[in-house]
Design a protein around this ligand. Structure first.
Ligand SMILES: NC(=O)N[C@@H](CC(=O)O)C(=O)O
Ligand SMILES: [Zn+2]
Ligand SMILES: [Zn+2]
Length: 425
């Protein structure tokens, strides 16, 4: 049945302007946008006080399927995405087996075909993500991958990255880099600085990210290929990306919600839910990342949703795996900590979570609310306040750094291709 949204604050157009409008959707599309729509035989949804926004797009999620489905699988990860207001996600390839050829991509396709979420696939850049030999990039493209990355590992062999970028350019595959020079990271578990000294934990210096990033940008320049920087975490990194853009290097960059609202002081209780890679950096880095987001050096906010089972995190800090669960709290965290505190406008935040990732992933007729576009939409209740608890989270994993926090601005309804696929009870 057609749906008519009334009385809402609707985010429309390429500038994500907030307007009081009615929206009619039918047959999976947005068919009318007007100050007042009168239509019979439709289901009317009263949005009083709420926002209707484009479905959120997350270009960095780990669904752990196949191989680590005790942490998450395509089904549970998708449920978490929909509960978080996301209608498109890009899956990362650090699974077992990893998608370095078409087999895993076909498995993903088969397993996700009935799930009401636009799931995009990334393949490995190198075989087994081992950094020695290129994956079958052609095969991956043919199977439907839109990106290639060795996320979790940096491609240490520069010539190999060069070749990957050359092929990827010809194949129109996006290359995503996890920029961290491993000999500098050297087994560290948190950011190297004041807090690692206080806590007696081995640090990962910011230089590990900065040198890797600089090399990757130079290889992008050399090849003229597009490169996307995953989870930027340092102030210098923001400068490097800004300078590269200025020079005409075709680079885009993302930042995570956790790097925008947390810093390494959060680790002072040795809570392993705050252990993540790249690590939470200093307050200065946190501030620089927000600045970089505001001045468009950083294009996208992506969650890097990295679920781990509870027992895996219930160990000594040094032994815990890196990663945070993030899909479900991303929007309320950013709304509470940045929009409500007037550090960023809702329009700007949404641009980084809808239009910009849609452009980078070349998603057609998505990312904004526009007549004729696909009806992927999310309803946000800015007044709804909820405490983050493990019961609230639908992901298989509960390693969320915001557990215990009261957040507002929760997604309450997610619409995928015109159908209501999630409703908060
Ligand atoms: N971010 C993390 O801390 N962990 C990710 C890997 C990654 O994104 O590099 C994971 O797969 O667990
Ligand atoms: Zn990574
Ligand atoms: Zn990741």
């Amino acid at each position: 049945m057609a749906l008519l949204f009334k009385n809402g604050n609707v985010i429309v157009g390429a500038d994500q302007a907030i307007k009081k409008l009615d929206i009619l959707i039918a047959k999976g599309r947005i068919v009318e946008i007007a100050p007042e729509i009168k239509q019979e035989k439709v289901e009317v949804i009263d949005l009083e006080g709420k926002y209707l926004i484009p479905g959120l797009i997350d270009m960095h999620v780990h669904f752990r399927d196949p191989g680590y489905t005790h942490k998450e699988d395509i089904n549970s990860g998708s449920k978490a995405a929909l509960a978080g207001g996301f209608t498109s996600v890009l899956m990362m390839p650090n699974t077992d087996p990893p998608p370095d050829n078409q087999t895993v991509v076909y498995y993903w396709k088969e397993k996700s075909k009935t799930i009401p979420l636009n799931i995009l696939f990334s393949g490995c850049l190198t075989k087994e993500r081992a950094g020695r030999e290129l994956s079958k990039l052609h095969e991956l493209k043919e199977a439907g991958a839109v990106a290639v990355t060795d996320d979790g590992n940096w491609v240490t062999d520069g010539a190999l990255l060069r070749h990957a970028l050359e092929y990827a350019k010809a194949l129109e595959l996006l290359v995503i880099t996890h920029a961290e020079e491993p000999t500098l990271a050297n087994g560290g578990v948190m950011n190297e600085g004041f807090w690692s000294t206080v806590l007696g934990l081995k640090g990962i210096p910011k230089a590990a990210e900065n040198v890797a990033l600089y090399r990757d940008l130079q290889i992008a320049k050399l090849t003229g290929a597009k490169i996307h920087i995953a989870h930027l975490s340092t102030a210098e990194g923001v400068q490097l990306v800004a300078a590269a853009k200025q020079e005409g290097i075709t680079v885009t960059a993302e930042v995570t919600p956790h790097h925008l609202v947390l810093n390494d002081e959060a680790l002072k209780d040795y809570n392993t839910n705050f252990k993540v890679n790249p690590p939470l950096r200093s307050l200065e880095d946190q501030n620089a990342l927000l600045k970089g987001l505001l001045n468009d050096s950083i294009d996208v906010i992506a969650t890097d949703h990295a679920p781990h089972a509870q027992y895996e995190k219930l160990v000594e800090f040094n032994d815990a795996p890196f990663g945070m669960e993030g899909l479900e709290t991303a929007f309320p965290v950013l709304f509470t900590e940045l929009v409500a505190c007037k550090k960023i406008t809702l329009e700007k935040l949404l641009t980084k979570m809808t239009i910009n990732p849609a452009k980078i992933l070349q998603l057609k007729e998505q990312g904004e609310i526009k007549k004729g576009y696909i009806a992927n939409l999310t309803v946000i209740d800015p007044r709804l306040e909820l405490r983050v608890t493990s019961d609230l989270l639908v992901s298989k994993s509960k390693n969320n750094p915001f557990l215990g926090k009261v957040l507002k601005g929760w997604p309450v309804m997610t619409i995928y291709q015109g159908e209501i696929v999630y409703q908060r009870k």
